[in-house]
Design a protein around this ligand. Structure first.
Ligand SMILES: [Zn+2]
Length: 185
């Protein structure tokens, strides 16, 4: 696996020149590499792992993209978030995103990106909520960084029934099972 931190965007370079970014980049890189190890992510299945910093008006804190054909993975992080947040908050986000990646690469999870593409926005949101709760509960159970408290808020917000929470809380649930559960929401 090739690992590189990407900051080639012109606007980012301008931004960098005005600030002491290197420390942030090093801190983030260390968190990502350690998370890859601790989550036992199968790096044989990754050709290149890129960490990309975004800044300015960006949606959310972080996104993970995986390109199955080339086996490339891209983790996009909001630079302002990294700059302003505690190490713990940054770790929570990174471990969460890599939790998605670990599942995607796990044959038992049986991830089907083509099925994702066909989902309506509403169906996708429900599916991702199930997946998010599942990931953070599993991380939390292993004593790894996780934003499990925020997920408890998701459960209330999406009115996820207690029985369903029991099925996804700290259990291994595969892709099709998650899709099925999301359909019932
Ligand atoms: Zn997520």
């Amino acid at each position: 696996m090739k690992f590189n931190i990407h900051y080639s965007e012109e606007s980012f370079e301008r931004y960098m020149s005005r600030r002491t970014i290197p420390r942030i980049i090093t801190k983030t890189e260390n968190i990502v590499l350690l998370a890859i190890m601790r989550l036992k992510i199968n790096t044989d299945k990754i050709s290149q792992f890129t960490v990309k910093f975004r800044h300015g008006r960006v949606e959310g804190y972080s996104n993970l993209f995986r390109y199955p054909r080339t086996k490339e993975v891209e983790l996009t992080l909001n630079l302002h978030f990294i700059e302003k947040s505690s190490k713990k908050a940054v770790e929570n986000i990174i471990y969460h995103e890599l939790g998605h990646l670990r599942d995607m690469l796990d044959p038992r999870y049986n991830y089907k990106p083509t099925q994702i593409d066909k989902m309506s926005e509403e169906a996708f949101k429900k599916f991702v909520t199930i997946w998010n709760i599942n990931i953070d509960s599993r991380l939390n159970n292993k004593g790894l960084p996780s934003a499990v408290r925020g997920r408890k808020e998701d459960i209330r917000y999406f009115h996820i029934p207690h029985e369903m929470v029991k099925k996804i809380w700290n259990k291994f649930v595969n892709f099709s099972e998650m899709v099925e559960l999301a359909r019932k929401l």
